[in-house]
Each structure stands twice: as C-alpha cells, then as structure tokens.
Ligand binder design. Structure first.
Ligand code: NAD
Length: 141
C-alpha cells in the first residue's frame, strides 16, 4: 500500500541550526530523544530536575561532538520553567522544537491513590506541559 511517505526518511529529517528543548531529558526516553535530535544536527537543551543525571547525559553528548546544555527545572513550577526558557533564549537565541517528555510513574487504583499523588501527577504531566508550551511559544523560532 502506498502511504505517500517513507517512515525511515521522515525519521531522519535534518535539524541543522535548529534548537530543541527536551524536558525530562536526563534519562530514558527523553535522553534518547535528545541524542536523536543531536544526531540530526540540532542544538539541544535538556530541562530536568535531576542535575546529576542530566549533566552526565549532556557531557556524553558534548564529548560526542554535539551541542547540548542543561537547565535545572521542575516543570511543575512555573517560575522554574520561565527561568529555564530565559536561559535557553540567552544561550541559543531561538527555539524550534519542544519535546514535553518529563513525567513520573505512580501506580495505584482510583480508590487507593491519595490526593497528594493525584496532585503530583497532574502538576507534572498536565501543568508541566502547559508551562513548557506557554514559554516555548514566546521564544522566537
Ligand atoms: N517508559 C514507558 O513505558 C512509558 C509509557 C508511557 C508514557 N511514558 C511517559 O514518557 C515519558 C518518559 O518516560 P521514561 O520511561 O523515559 O521516564 P524516566 O522516569 O526514565 O525519565 C523521566 C525523566 O523526567 C524527569 N522528570 C520527572 N519529573 C520531572 C519534573 N517535575 N521536572 C523536570 N523533570 C522531571 C526525570 O528526572 C527523568 O529524567 C514520561 O512522561 C512517561 O510518563 C513512558
């Protein structure tokens, strides 16, 4: 069947000269996403609350010849996100891609999950995306 595009080539669009922010890019899917954008030519800013892991990922990317940086940020805290995007703007002068990936896993059912866990999950996953999007769209592309 002709789908009108080739998935392999779509996964390898170049991002030379572009700037990508990856929240939660210290480890896991976010770190893999940061590396992929670097390999496709982008400069990458990792926003994460785990400084040790994020710096290890950034150092590895820089040692591989890529342009990457770390901004400390709890995506649930609007003031943190504002400051982090200000730093991205000062460093790179532009932003072209936002990957809102930061997240937490808290397991439980409706009955057994505490209000605190619901709030934490909502604050990171929902408000975190809102905060990042709010400031990302104000940075010139
Ligand atoms: N791994 C899976 O199977 C799976 C499935 C569905 C959805 N997801 C989602 O994909 C995303 C990445 O998953 P993963 O498995 O790589 O997770 P992970 O736990 O390996 O990594 C999450 C990253 O987000 C960061 N983070 C967490 N809370 C943060 C906050 N408040 N502010 C800033 N950074 C924060 C952590 O420090 C970490 O670097 C998450 O949002 C997760 O919910 C994952």
């Amino acid at each position: 069947m002709d789908m009108g595009h080739e998935p392999d080539s779509a996964m390898n669009i170049r991002f030379d000269g572009k700037v990508a922010v990856v929240t939660g890019g210290a480890i896991g899917i976010g770190a893999a996403t940061a590396r992929k954008f670097c390999k496709l030519g982008a400069s990458v800013a990792i926003l994460d609350r785990d400084a040790e892991a994020a710096l290890a990922t950034v150092h590895a990317l820089v040692n591989e010849g890529h342009t990457a940086s770390f901004q400390m940020c709890d995506v649930a805290a609007e003031s943190d996100v504002r400051r982090a995007f200000d730093e991205v703007m000062q460093r790179y002068g532009a932003l072209n891609v936002l990957v809102s990936n930061a997240g937490i896993q808290r397991y439980g059912d409706v009955v057994g999950t505490s209000p605190e866990i619901w709030d934490e999950t909502f604050n990171v996953h929902v408000k975190g995306c809102i905060h990042a999007t709010k400031f990302a769209i104000q940075v010139p592309g």
